[in-house]
Design a binder for this molecule. Sequence first.
Ligand SMILES: *[C@@H]1O[C@H](CO)[C@@H](O)[C@H](O)[C@H]1NC(C)=O
Ligand SMILES: *[C@@H]1O[C@H](CO)[C@@H](O)[C@H](O)[C@H]1NC(C)=O
Ligand SMILES: *[C@@H]1O[C@H](CO)[C@@H](O)[C@H](O)[C@H]1NC(C)=O
Ligand SMILES: *[C@@H]1O[C@H](CO)[C@@H](O)[C@H](O)[C@H]1NC(C)=O
Ligand SMILES: *[C@@H]1O[C@H](CO)[C@@H](O)[C@H](O)[C@H]1NC(C)=O
Length: 388
Amino acid sequence: MKLLGLLLLSVLCCANAFNITKILDAYPDYSVFNDDLTRTKLADEINSRQTITVLVVNNAAMASLSGMDLAAIKRALSLHVVLDFYDPEKLHQVTNGTTLSTTLYQTTGAAAGNGGFINITDLKGGKVGFGLAGHGAKLDSTYVKSVKQDGYNLSVVEVSQPITTSVAEAPTPSPSNMNITSVLIKGGCKIFADLITTTGVLKSYEDSIQGGLTVFAPRDNAFTGVTNKMLTKLSSEDKVAVLEFHALTIYSPLGTLKTSNGPIATMASTGAGKYVLTVTSSGDTVMLNTGINKATITSSLLDDQPLALFSVDKVLKPKELFVAAPAPAPTPEAETPEATVPAKAKHGKSPAASEASKSTSTSFAPATAKVCTGLLAFMVGCVAVFML
Ligand SMILES: *[C@@H]1O[C@H](CO)[C@@H](O)[C@H](O)[C@H]1NC(C)=O
Ligand SMILES: *[C@@H]1O[C@H](CO)[C@@H](O)[C@H](O)[C@H]1NC(C)=O
Ligand SMILES: *[C@@H]1O[C@H](CO)[C@@H](O)[C@H](O)[C@H]1NC(C)=O
Ligand SMILES: *[C@@H]1O[C@H](CO)[C@@H](O)[C@H](O)[C@H]1NC(C)=O
Ligand SMILES: *[C@@H]1O[C@H](CO)[C@@H](O)[C@H](O)[C@H]1NC(C)=O
């Protein structure tokens, strides 16, 4: 248990190792790039990674992306986040003079083939060129200067212009015309897709897309006999609350979930602290905690700003409608016998709720940082002892 706590802390520790927004705030020349990282939530994605190189572009060169919608800018900028560490020295000493490197764009599932890789080539005369991977790639974007290096974890270098604007072209259909149920069915969440359709919750989801929507859809095998029995006991109003509990009315891609702390309001939230979820993560595993049960995100079915669809391994049970089993089940994987709350919880909607709970626990970070420093000292101490 203690070890688990330590592990958890060390994960928190490294997840918050740097803050790209804060780093770039010191450079007014990159303010457009920095704003776009925040608006597209790529900043969270960057902050939740361990080893990363960000290829920044100055304000003048960012003009070529102006006028694009946010989703397009996100696709273009994702190519500027390289999942490897390249300081100026390494850039100028690429093995054989050329290499392909993975970018964040490759991880979105939107890139066809190796469309999410960039080509880094040591050009003649000490110049380094960047371009899309692929035959006869143009290397129009070139290295300008080093901006910041943080150990061997984060490197920020300036390049002369956006690597390409061609990936920015919107895929069809656009997120607002996306057929959510068909994506869910393809992703193995047919029961959930049917539930949101028959209850009309799908309409609430669709109405939210424009302002941002994140859905955690339980996979078909999450609807076990016990769970189904409990769901059928609910009134139709409460069933709607449970289904709305599986969605956030904000766009929250994986990186944003990983860096979030404190309770997150769901579509079912009726006030601060009501129908909220907390997120914990460890490496690439992201878990949602309802206070009654925990579900793990099993895959990202779609991530195209402003819409994110995930599948999860359990039905999320809000503490407002379910109670936890008093005794732990003897077999680890057995479904614990839970019961619905007899007292009827009032359900209604209030948009102010999400604002209220968003600002709850920002004071968490400094405390963690302090513990982390202590932990780091402790670990260094351990290593020192082992080396003796
Ligand atoms: C860099 O990452 C390592 C783990 O890969 C971590 O232990 C270390 O604290 C990080 N350093 C900084 C400065 O973020
Ligand atoms: C990162 O820094 C920015 C600007 O200093 C701040 O607004 C933001 O809250 C910070 N993010 C985190 C996760 O600490
Ligand atoms: C570098 O080039 C040599 C000779 O063409 C080849 O054998 C080797 O695999 C290359 N190394 C890398 C890392 O591409
Ligand atoms: C990178 O692009 C250049 C120019 O198009 C090409 O010659 C080189 O082979 C590419 N490098 C890799 C690793 O594909
Ligand atoms: C969305 O997909 C589902 C399942 O494939 C289908 O039944 C439904 O008619 C589609 N809805 C629209 C609006 O096309």
